[in-house]
Design a protein around this ligand. Sequence first.
Ligand code: BTN
Length: 270
Amino acid sequence: MFFKLSVNHSKLLKSKDIQQYFEGLKKLKIITYEKIDSTNTEAKRILDKKCINNAMLIADKQTTGRGRLGRSFYSPLGTGIYMTIIYNLKSAPDENVLFTAKTAVAVALAVEKVTGNKPEIKWVNDLYISGKKVCGILTELHTDKKNKMQHLIIGIGINVYTSDFPEEINATATSLGENESIKPKLIAQITENVFKLLGEKYDSFCLNEYRKNCFILGKEIEYIKNGTKYYATAKDIDDSYGLIAVSHDGTIDTLRSGEISIRIKKEEAF
Ligand code: BTN
């Protein structure tokens, strides 16, 4: 059950509210917006103009929040967290999926620490609570051709107490069911976790956490590859966060990107 709270404008997010919870990131640049089209798009605009180091952008509302695969991300005023971390890469990444998956672990652990409720992970990077999506992650790569610098633009959207979802996602989306007051602490914890876990030192920790919390393993799934629909069992996550899918004729396929859905058995459907 969620409470519909009216947003008090004096409560709009301020950097100092978040900074007070930082432990290791005291110097991180935080940029806040009351309203923006998309914090990921804004991060790209900032990086196009100047070369900056690490930073975090946070908005109270997004007018055109973006999701994966060209979808939109519902971002109404105040009821969610819409944040983007600009992460300066030391070397070119082999695959974005690794960072995206590690971010999913970082967010899940932060939510658990701050709210006591740990979301599960749906490959690649959606977080679910009670079978419904509560958080989406959109990771993009930015290359500055002049300075040859590369940054990751890591966008994280969380429904904190959103209750009035648009019809098309109403059956599949949910919120943390927390209130306004947890937002600064949760944002700070997520940011700390992302900067910590993206480092190589935590590679095996992240992989273990990811496997432990990926709720699709063992489930019947379907996915589309090169225009063809496949049915398979989600068997395992490989060391590069690829999803190992075994189809009914025994063919093994390792998925590196894209999206899967869980097949609902006839008797479960109503
Ligand atoms: C998805 O569910 O497919 C990913 C959603 C990512 C949403 C976040 S909200 C902050 C950042 N800005 C955006 O426009 N998108 C990401």
